[in-house]
Design a protein around this ligand. Structure first.
Ligand SMILES: [Fe+2]
Ligand SMILES: [Fe+2]
Length: 208
């Protein structure tokens, strides 16, 4: 897992008990997400949820660790990284709504309760723009985790020609500046600084 120094990595709280339903789905989802290219980002989003909100509902924790999974199913919306805005409303809305459906369908196939399935909808739907109190926690965790994990990904976009360096850095700044949850902003800022340094290092010839 990629991580940046300076912040102790938050983990699952040892003093919290989880329901049988959540524990079962958590184990099954770990298998599901294992092959996803950005798995670490989703797992760290889960961890940041628990750091920002130790008593977070189980459905919010689950939403965090699955929130981008529509991208694992072919046929989804596509963002032109160079020519579209990172906050493109049409793309991001389609991405969020499709993830709600993909994760909801998976939960239904794995015998999750209606209440649990309902609980993942708002945080996944709002993970890019926030909106509700629970959506704002989800959005902060998504931003902080993206910045923590994905400096190398953004550097690869630039190196492979998907977008210019200027556009890649715009993505990192957007992930930092969009955070609505006040107590998440400091962490987003710290992780953004580390991500910017990581991009710079990789584009200067460093690879690991
Ligand atoms: Fe997303
Ligand atoms: Fe994400």
């Amino acid at each position: 897992m990629t991580g940046n120094p300076g912040i102790a990595p938050p983990g699952l709280p040892a003093d919290r008990e989880f329901s049988e339903e959540f524990s079962r789905l958590h184990v099954q989802a770990r298998d599901w997400i294992d092959s996803y290219y950005d798995r670490d980002h989703m797992l760290r989003a889960r961890d940041w949820i628990l750091f920002l909100e130790p008593d977070a509902p189980e459905s919010l924790i689950f939403a965090a660790m699955t929130h981008d999974l529509e991208r694992s199913v072919p046929g989804g919306p596509v963002l032109d990284k160079q020519n579209m805005s990172w906050d493109d409303i049409t793309y991001n809305t389609a991405h969020c709504e499709r993830s709600v459906n993909v994760v909801g369908d998976w939960l239904r196939e794995h015998d999750a309760s209606d209440e649990f399935i309902e609980g993942i909808r708002t945080p996944i739907r709002e993970h890019e723009f926030g909106g509700s109190p629970i959506g704002n926690i989800m959005q902060a965790a998504d931003s902080i985790s993206f910045l923590e994990c994905n400096g190398p990904l953004v550097a690869n976009w630039v190196l492979s020609g998907d977008c210019t360096l200027e556009k890649g850095l715009e993505k990192l700044h957007w992930m930092r500046d969009r955070v609505l949850l006040e107590r998440g902003r400091e962490f987003a800022s710290q992780q953004c600084d580390a991500a910017l340094a990581e991009v710079d290092r990789r584009l200067s010839g460093g690879s690991t």
